[in-house]
Design a binder for this molecule. Sequence first.
Ligand SMILES: [Zn+2]
Ligand SMILES: [Zn+2]
Length: 159
Amino acid sequence: MRKNCPDCGVGLFEFHAPCCDVERCPICGGQMLSCNCHLMVLGYDPDNLPEDIYEGGLDDLQTEKASMLIDKEGRIPWNGKWPGEEECEMYGLYSYFDQKDPKADGKNYGHIPCGKDHPEAQHDLNRLYKEYVWDKSKKKMVKPDSKKADAIGDKEGGK
Ligand SMILES: [Zn+2]
Ligand SMILES: [Zn+2]
């Protein structure tokens, strides 16, 4: 557990400084700096941006508006762990890096899933983001099935 954010330096449960590398986006669960949610909250399609925005980015007013809309989703403070690590621990997602020459044996090269007790076990963020989906209300990655079940539950509750 780190006491301060490794990028912007805020303390535990404080909100990250603007443009922090570590801040997690409350809308998609990805890295705030690299996701497209600030465009989508303004109604833009990131794959089909108007030319001026594609080239020049958002102006100050739009940036401010986007950041307000994202604030509404509930910013995620620094909680002492790199985003995703907590879920890897919850779901037991670990892997170790196999150093074998890829040309020698492609099959066993790379990140190999393993148990938590493996001496070189690391949080398997790749698997987390591939196999799990972001739950906006829980602010966590969840198993796709449990999200579907929740959605059905919500619908029935709303009747
Ligand atoms: Zn930070
Ligand atoms: Zn996002």
